[in-house]
Design a binder for this molecule. Structure first.
Ligand SMILES: [Zn+2]
Length: 336
């Protein structure tokens, strides 16, 4: 419903511009914000600057699938599929806590994080797995794997007692677990897959970005300060992102590796890479020796569409070395 295409269309209509021009404006806006907002987020800003308020339309109830980073005033009714264990942290002597909750409806699942006093709902047993909840006035940001994450912020969350037609917890849990083994050539948008493929290309792009030391969200720079949406000014930690192409003979796809997965592909820690980059005459020389380049692995992840390039991308969530010995034994057994 709020795809980038729909937003571009609305802006075109409103501003009497060609789609190419609108896409260019969105892209420029994203660049202006150092690539820290999603295309959808940038589109909202461009629309707003032209006096077109797309936020009003989000007042209607949304489905999980239509949640994109940058949405505000989100109303959603969904089932609590899973409640994860509370995590505690300390910041400037103050204790804080976060509880992640998986919400689902018939269109998919989304992670919602509850912070500090919001976690009381779970701790007091007012929110349980299987409950139907209504989120009003929530907002959506990108989590550190570039998936949408729902936040309550100034909004509210309440348990709904009336019957709403939603898949049950068991069904949602199955969707969550469902990772299908699939050749790359058969990858579909939104799919959760496991595939054995080779990393045939690595893109030479700045792999470093700053994250909040507490919640690990991406930080934004403003007037020389690093800001986290949740924790204000912070001293950011460095994190890593790497992208390349994986191919399994049936097809290929751009694959994106975040953080420890990028470290794994590089074969070096973020700190080591930072030091190498800082001491090299050409910081991109850190790409000269990428350990995983050319290697074959079992990749797991989620396929999503990059709304700018319109190409599918594989957001990798795990990498496993191929069990060469196991594979050989299996082959020998088949020959016996
Ligand atoms: Zn933070």
């Amino acid at each position: 419903m709020f795809s980038i295409e729909a937003m571009v269309e609305k802006i075109c209509e409103h501003a009497k511009l060609e789609p190419e021009k609108v896409r260019q404006l969105i892209s420029e806006k994203q660049e202006e914000l150092s690539g820290l907002v999603s295309e959808e987020g940038a589109a909202y800003i461009v629309a707003r600057e032209m006096g077109l308020n797309m936020i009003r339309e989000t007042k209607k109830q949304l489905k999980v699938k239509s949640l994109v980073s940058g949405l505000r005033s989100v109303d959603l009714v969904a089932r609590v599929a899973r409640i994860f264990e509370e995590r505690q942290f300390e910041r400037e002597g103050k204790k804080g806590s976060v509880v992640n909750v998986l919400l689902g409806d018939e269109t998919g699942l989304v992670r919602m994080s509850l912070w500090n006093e919001e976690t009381g709902l779970v701790k007091e047993g007012k929110l349980r797995e299987g409950d139907t909840v209504k989120v009003s006035g929530g907002w959506v940001k990108s989590d550190n794997r570039d998936s949408p994450e729902l936040r309550i912020g100034r909004g509210t969350i309440e348990k709904v007692s009336q019957v709403v037609e939603l898949p049950d917890t068991k069904q949602l849990e199955q969707d969550f677990q469902a990772t299908k083994s699939m050749p790359v050539g058969d990858f579909k948008e939104g799919g959760q897959y496991e595939t054995r493929a080779a990393l045939i290309q690595v893109f030479r792009r700045n792999p470093f970005f700053g994250i909040c030391p507490e919640c690990e969200s991406r930080v934004k720079e403003k007037e020389g300060k690093w800001l986290c949406d949740e924790h204000g000014e912070v001293k950011p930690k460095q994190a890593l992102v790497l992208s390349g192409i994986i191919d399994d003979g049936t097809g290929n796809i751009r694959a994106v590796f975040f953080r420890e997965l990028a470290e794994r592909v590089f074969g070096k820690s973020t700190a080591e890479l930072r030091e190498l980059a800082d001491n090299a005459t050409d910081s991109m020389s850190i790409f000269d020796d990428v350990q995983g380049f050319g290697g074959e692995f079992v990749f797991r992840g989620r396929v999503k569409r990059n709304s700018f390039t319109e190409n599918l991308e594989f957001m990798v969530s795990s990498i496993e070395d191929i069990d060469v010995k196991g594979e050989a034994e299996k082959l020998l057994k088949e020959l016996e």
